[in-house]
Design a protein around this ligand. Sequence first.
Ligand SMILES: [Zn+2]
Length: 89
Amino acid sequence: MSTDLESEPAQEHSEGRIPFDAICTGCQQIDVRWARFEEVGLEASVDLEAIEPAACTSFKHVCYECGSATWWNPVRVLTGVIRSGQEEA
Ligand SMILES: [Zn+2]
């Protein structure tokens, strides 16, 4: 499985990242954050439709409210964002 990285086909996902609605553990705001699969404990081959946010691990990302990098908990997977052309939030 791990050797797949070398012969990866055309990337379907934006640089191997997933858009989440996520909640900042510092200030409790919910905002869109992109996390890498490995950051939330997922295999890159996982079906995006099958991801359960509650089963994902927290990931570290910058929070502008908190003014530093904080931990975010995935709340919802934004599969619609992926389908509509990977727009930035
Ligand atoms: Zn925050």
